[in-house]
Design a binder for this molecule. Structure first.
Ligand SMILES: O=C1O[C@H](COP(=O)(O)O)[C@@H](O)[C@H](O)[C@H]1O
Length: 221
């Protein structure tokens, strides 16, 4: 496992944002465009805040959530809503945004629509992920689908492991990105990660991306 530990949480957020900004700049120079796939949850918000102040040609960057809670963007739990408020602001206000939530559609109806919109962006340039203490990444939960090489790019996840239905990119799409970062904080997630490293991906979905990712960890939550 490529694990980078940091003595200080704020320093980690700065270092990670700097690394992501550098990678996006490289993609823009080499390919003329770039994509940035972001996690939900609370942990990554400081990275969003820092990145949104970075001087990049954001108009050539497409930002998208790696998973979405099936809620309107003005719901405080909406991943897309948080990305819009905390990432697509400041210097990054002109970045493109590919929403996973599609008003009026069920997650099952939206999955092929989002997959069609996603296809021209593949492979994604930079994927940032968080992780739950159960080893879930994006909305790939233990015992759910979306892990194997034959998984569809985008899949609907029924409520159960999470309180609301969701849409998620699959493990092959997330792990297939040009650069993958996993951001976790605190002793409980570190212990969960170490447990997951010894489990099959179906039981601990983070395993499906671990060989492709740099893990960033600081003790302070
Ligand atoms: O439900 C989710 O949880 C994970 C972890 O969130 P965190 O607040 O504990 O960092 C997140 O990575 C995922 O995208 C999200 O939808």
């Amino acid at each position: 496992m490529n694990l980078q530990t940091y003595p200080d949480r704020d320093l980690m957020m700065l270092a990670l944002a700097d690394r992501i900004a550098g990678a996006l700049g490289d993609f823009l120079r080499r390919e003329g465009r770039a994509s940035l796939c972001l996690p939900g949850g609370a942990t990554p918000l400081p990275v969003f805040d820092i990145l949104s102040g970075v001087d990049l040609d954001w108009s050539r960057v497409t930002v998208l959530p790696g998973d979405e809670r099936w809620l309107p963007e003005d719901d405080p739990r909406s991943n897309g809503g948080r990305i819009r408020r905390r990432m697509l602001t400041g210097r990054a206000v002109g970045a493109g945004f590919l929403p996973l939530y599609r008003p009026g559609l069920t997650p099952q109806e939206a999955a092929p629509v989002v997959a069609a919109d996603l296809a021209p962006l593949l492979p994604l340039s930079v994927v940032l992920l968080g992780m739950g203490e159960d080893g879930h990444v994006a909305s790939l939960f233990p015992g759910g689908g979306g892990i194997g090489a034959d998984a569809p790019a985008v899949l609907a996840v029924p409520a159960g492991p999470a309180p609301e239905p969701r849409l998620t990119l699959s493990a092959p799409v997330l792990a297939g990105a040009m650069e993958v970062h996993l951001l976790i904080t605190g002793p409980a997630k570190r212990a969960a990660l170490e447990r997951a490293a010894g489990l099959p991906p179906a039981e601990a979905p983070v395993r499906a991306i671990l060989d492709h990712a740099t893990v960033h960890w600081a003790e302070q939550e």
